[in-house]
Design a protein around this ligand. Structure first.
Ligand SMILES: NC(=O)c1ccc[n+]([C@@H]2O[C@H](COP(=O)([O-])OP(=O)(O)OC[C@H]3O[C@@H](n4cnc5c(N)ncnc54)[C@H](OP(=O)(O)O)[C@@H]3O)[C@@H](O)[C@H]2O)c1
Length: 290
């Protein structure tokens, strides 16, 4: 890679699949990568050590910093560390830090929703606020936000998480328009659901309320099991690399079959048609629930 093409990149959320793999893939392509982990000395210690070992063994320019997007001081310190580690330059932010609260809306504990929004939405804002002054001053940069195939559509029992993904997309659109005059380009990657046995997804809420929806939850889980895992998560990493390096990066890149299908359905259909299509595919049509 030519020195001029080599970017300094901060990746947030590097303990889990996408952030971790993206950090390594970008470093292997010759970029300087600062991998943000929420607890590099605690729960993320093994992953921090593994990333360090890869960096040493393969001669990668990759270093780990602590980055908890819920804490402004941590975000600012990570961005400062990125600037000093990379000699005062940060070309690109890739934000994968987020998590999902799933389940029937009725059962969703408000405090858990607030915590998730704090991470997924306000956390993204904290990152943007931290990197933008320097990106403006240097005349440009890229911000790549990982959202979801649920960033423009919703499925039953995914309302809380989808709300955070919609909000992330809304912020990204506003930011794209506001920051373009400063040369800062914003883009969104919308992954499909990929199965990760290490991170099981369970509906949250109290038992009595969950039980009322049990029949539908089981039906949906079966359908998701059938559909999920058929896409290759490497596609998400390829899309991130393309968003980092490409010249004409589209605002949105849905990745994987279900994200493409859902976003296309939502675009094409009004809500009543969309509802019928989704409930029928999920096996949740009123007449199929007996
Ligand atoms: N995997 C999928 O099927 C899928 C599908 C669609 C969209 N997405 C989105 O893609 C992104 C990455 O997903 P993923 O599957 O790789 O991982 P994930 O299991 O959703 O976790 C994402 C990462 O966010 C980090 N994180 C959570 N809270 C944080 C905080 N306060 N500060 C900093 N980091 C924090 C996690 O760190 P800890 O390990 O410390 O919690 C983890 O590294 C997320 O935005 C997710 O919503 C994923």
């Amino acid at each position: 890679m030519e020195t001029a093409d080599r970017q300094s990149i901060l990746v947030a959320g590097c303990t889990a699949a996408f952030g971790h793999r993206a950090a390594l893939a970008l470093a292997r392509r010759g970029h300087r990568v600062i991998a943000g982990l929420r607890e590099p000395k605690g729960r993320g210690r093994d992953i921090a050590a593994e990333l360090g070992a890869h960096a040493r063994a393969d001669g990668l320019d990759l270093r780990v910093v602590e980055l908890d997007v819920n804490r402004e001081a941590s975000v600012e310190a990570a961005v400062e560390a990125a600037y000093s580690a990379t000699y005062g330059h940060l070309d690109t932010l890739v934000n994968t830090a987020a998590y999902a609260v799933l389940g029937p809306l009725e059962a969703c504990p408000p405090d858990q929703l607030l915590d998730m929004l704090n991470t997924n939405v306000v956390g993204a804002l904290r990152l943007y606020r931290a990197v933008l002054p320097a990106m403006r001053a240097q005349g440009g940069g890229r911000i790549i936000q990982i959202t979801s195939g649920l960033g423009r559509a919703v499925l039953p029992f995914m309302g809380p998480y989808a709300a955070s993904a919609w909000a992330q997309e809304c912020f990204a659109e506003a930011l794209a328009m506001e920051a373009a005059p400063f040369g800062v380009r914003v883009s969104i990657i919308e992954p499909s659901g990929y199965r990760d046995p290490g991170r099981p997804r369970k509906p949250v809420g109290d038992q009595a309320r969950l039980e009322a929806y049990q029949h539908q939850l089981v039906r949906l889980a079966e359908r998701l099991q059938d559909g999920e895992g058929t896409d290759d998560p490497q596609e998400v990493i390829d899309a991130i690399v393309q968003a980092v390096e490409g010249d004409d990066v589209p605002m949105r890149t849905p990745v994987g079959a279900s994200a493409k299908e859902l976003t296309a359905l939502r675009k094409r259909l009004d809500f009543e048609e969309y509802e019928r299509a989704v409930l029928s595919r999920a096996g949740l049509s009123p007449d199929s629930l007996d």
